[in-house]
Ligand binder design. Structure first.
Ligand SMILES: [Zn+2]
Length: 290
């Protein structure tokens, strides 16, 4: 989501991941190791305990969504290998939003895999420049993700991206950043298929002085509303979020020991949207007092 502790990151990014100090004060907690596991069907969680990274697999190659911090890469690689997959078989790398806690490991994972990359136009531009754009609500408060050295292709809202038999759909969900993107796909076990939703962060967090209630600002409160409306209506059986605890992943995983359906909830996206709307309302009320 965000971190205010800024380090001379551009220099640190040159070091191998294992030699780098933490990128922020929250980062050691976010980067705690988490064994990879199957979410459902061909879809696996390969991130750290604090930051999601999702692997969607097929015999023709895999799709990876999000790459946590720069220092998370060895953990993600270990998880992918422990689950019996090869990093070299990742053919496409995607992202929720380009903040360094979800995009920090993208550049290195792209180098390791040789995968192609795609992002919303705003995110692709930030990735290829290795900057936090000035119109990011957190501009000035956060460090950039390492620059992506390959071309990042762009897609339109609603585009379907394919790798072999895999197909994931991109949904622009601006708010937390102008380029935020949520992802949906179907995952199947035998005859049963679930609607998987990886919903981008939709928290209204900013550097001091940015007002989501100011109409000239983008993202504006109404942009959030468009993203909320998408999330409330999308078919959603299994919700995952870039910060896994935001959708209750660890509680549900614990419950799955005795209830194999614990991760499945076709109301999850609507319940989550209601909590996001409340949080935005609180933020706007705070802005009105300023
Ligand atoms: Zn963020």
């Amino acid at each position: 989501m965000f971190c205010r502790a800024i380090l001379p990151f551009l220099l640190l990014a040159q070091l191998p991941a294992q030699d780098r100090p933490s990128s922020c004060s929250n980062c050691p907690t976010w980067n705690v190791a988490q064994p990879g596991f199957r979410l459902f069907g061909n879809t696996y969680y390969v991130g750290t305990h604090g930051l999601s990274s999702i692997l969607i697999t097929s015999p023709q190659g895999h799709i990876l969504i999000d790459a946590a911090l720069p220092e998370s890469v060895p953990r993600i690689v270990d998880n992918i290998r422990s689950l019996g997959f090869r990093v070299e078989d990742i053919k496409l790398i995607l992202n929720s939003h380009v903040h360094f806690d979800h995009g920090g490991g993208l550049a290195e994972l792209q180098r390791l895999s040789g995968a192609r990359m795609a992002a919303s136009p705003w995110s692709a531009d930030a990735m290829m420049k290795g900057v936090v754009p000035r119109d990011d609500p957190q501009f000035g408060a956060i460090i950039p993700s390492p620059k992506i050295e390959t071309k990042v292709r762009t897609f339109k809202d609603g585009a379907v991206l394919e790798v072999g038999s895999l197909a994931v759909t991109a949904h622009y969900t601006p708010g937390h950043t102008p380029g935020g993107t949520s992802w949906t796909w179907r995952a199947c076990e035998k005859d049963r298929c679930l609607n998987m939703v990886y919903a981008d962060s939709l928290s209204a967090v900013s550097e001091d002085g940015f007002l989501f209630s100011r109409r000239s600002q983008y993202p504006h409160a109404e942009d959030f509303e468009g993203s909320f409306a998408f999330l409330a209506r999308v078919p959603c059986d299994l919700l995952i979020t870039p910060h896994p605890e935001a959708s209750g992943l660890w509680d549900h995983l614990e419950q799955r020991k005795t209830n194999r359906e614990a991760l499945v909830n076709s109301n999850a996206c609507r319940i989550f949207t209601a909590s996001l709307r409340e949080k935005l309302k609180e933020r706007l009320a705070t802005e009105r007092k300023q």
